[in-house]
Design a protein around this ligand. Sequence first.
Ligand SMILES: [Mg+2]
Length: 391
Amino acid sequence: MLKTILHLDMNSYFATAEQQANPYLRGKPVGIIKAEGRGCVIAASVEAKKFGVKTGSTVWEAKGLCPQIVLVPSDMDKYFALTSRMTKILADYSPTLEIFSIDEAFIDVTQTQNLFCGGVFGMALEMKNRIREDLGEWMKCSVGISFTKLLAKLASEMKKPDGLTFLTMENYVEATESVAVSEVCGIGYARTAWLNARGAYTLGQARQIPSLPVEIFDLVWLRSDDELSTIDDLEPAKSVSRTFTTFASLDSQASILKLVRNLIEEACMKLREMNMAGRTFCLSLDNFWARTTIRSPTDDPLIIFGMLNREYGRSPVTNVRQAGVWISNLAFNVQRSVFERRADLLRAADRVNEKYGLFTLYPAILLSSELVRLEVTGYLGDKYYRFRGAR
Ligand SMILES: [Mg+2]
């Protein structure tokens, strides 16, 4: 019996994740870079790809192709947290699941597809909807369905973004005639060059070449007898940190504490997203440094802020330009009994922020005078806050 394999691939994953987190980035060309200020684009948004920006473009090339591109430093914690939520959803559809990379997975639904209304199509549509509901309205994925992993992966690549493609025994040869040979998983740089040198750029052309070497023959006819295997889950985070450098130094204690609270809020959102809580909290402000550890882990920014505020109060430095918050000694799935109502509140706020963008809801302490509302430009892409009059 033929297998039914589903391949799900998140579209422009890192860039879309940043657009999900920050509505100001949506619809704009976004390039994800490793760190502030330099290097290569490691992911481009759908909008940036239209300008020709792609993974591996240097920042200089990307700006040449698309001067208005917004460059955002990568935030791997955020992407891993989203991936673990994606994994949880996909696991509802079959026990045979292979997380192939941070943004794609194979699922063998041979045994489970008939349990779903509408069969494998109904299943795939439901999966796509749930991803959007749970990871966020801006998050999109392409799904490919076929009878081997190779074909399922190719199918998901044939329509982006937001595609759903079915390659069957009957249609797959014809449906893939115009696919570029380099698109096939297994046809790398050398084999692509070998085929191109013989005038073959598409699979249709490659199939015309007489007496192909057997391993290339199998690839261009998309034959494979690949087995599904499961792999281990992603490694959990060891710590979560947020840092920020201001344009002008902060000279009031109130403004410093607000920035600290801001960073704690964001770090805690990340923690909750990963279903983790921490016991050790560090605060750094230019040359000031403090650390404190508590007995039972928490993900509540109010508690962490209370402790770091007390540390800060021991020697309240001012004229600060750099602030950092670290949370470590992390634990999974911490029981919450005493502050259940507060935990519910935080989770309700998280759901709103996941759906409508980070800091749609935030504590009132961040409302008043010195903090401006979220704003994004260029290299400071993932820093959602600026100080009024700082420039
Ligand atoms: Mg992808």
